[in-house]
Design a protein around this ligand. Sequence first.
Ligand SMILES: [Fe+2]
Ligand SMILES: [Fe+2]
Length: 352
Amino acid sequence: MYQLKQSLMPINPVFNPKGNDNTGNRLIWFGETTNLMQLNDVRYSWAVSLYRQMRENFWIPEKIDITQDIVDYVNLTREERRAFDGILSYLTFLDSVQTCNVPHLKNSVTAPEIALCMAEQISQEAMHNQSYQYVIETVIPNDRRTQLYEFWRSDLILKERCEFIAGLYQKYVDNPTPENYFVSLLADYLLESIYFYNGFIFFYNLSSRMLMSGIADVFKMINRDELSHVRLYQKLIPEAMKIFPHSREQIYEMFACAVQYECKWTSHIVGDNILGITTKSTEQYTKYLANIRLQAIGLEPLFTESVYKKSPYVHLERLSDTKKEAHTKANFFEASVTSYVMSSSIEGWDDF
Ligand SMILES: [Fe+2]
Ligand SMILES: [Fe+2]
């Protein structure tokens, strides 16, 4: 690990004529970028491939037909409707904080090819919020829409959840040390790679029962985008671990805490009241996810019992295959991002 000289993270100047963009000189953080988007001769070629893939994933929410979902929503059980509203509210929170926070992380990134991916990520997170609005406007009656956005005001478990997630990000904004930058980066990975998925599973579960299938299609597209963000942070965090002050114990503690909060929230909003999901399957799935996310950044699984080595929702993960083949080559969450590339005519995908 480098001995960092900086006590605060340097923020990139708008233009730095004294910089040097040579690939040999290029670093993800603490480089001397001119801030010119010099993409001709990149150091991190995986980032260019990932960016192309993110662009290839382009989609428009309104092109997905969700009119049948209006009828389905009315026919949901009371518990299903409460979970539907709560999860939608929570996911809106997640994409809102991502849209706000990723620019703070990006401001100190000195490799333009990686800044490029983060700029695309920010755009996608903002668009995800717009897709939630499309869903809300279509199925939620007018007089309840604001209430859905403000669910956290009346639901204390959600409020606590939101404050915990935002708090880790805010800590860096208030005190931009390298230590806090690492925490913010890891918190981003936890959000991208763990916090969305019990929500996605809820929608795929309804869809497997022929309910809200249009909206499940919207979530498949969001899911695909989120997986490209997961890949980005899976590349960044091992690099950050070489540079930023941190400890292994700290990473494991953050994962353990993330699992605890995620299980508490999902048990509160879904619990044992929805056919196909139980508090036990939620716990199994969340711990399984934490394990594979740790392994993806080169660390050991945290939950060693054999039950946490497999997903309880393999049947639902298959549904999330946007190619509609329903027999993805590997487990959805382990498959490489190339599984979702729609065109093979663009070069540079092979890195994934
Ligand atoms: Fe998102
Ligand atoms: Fe994301």
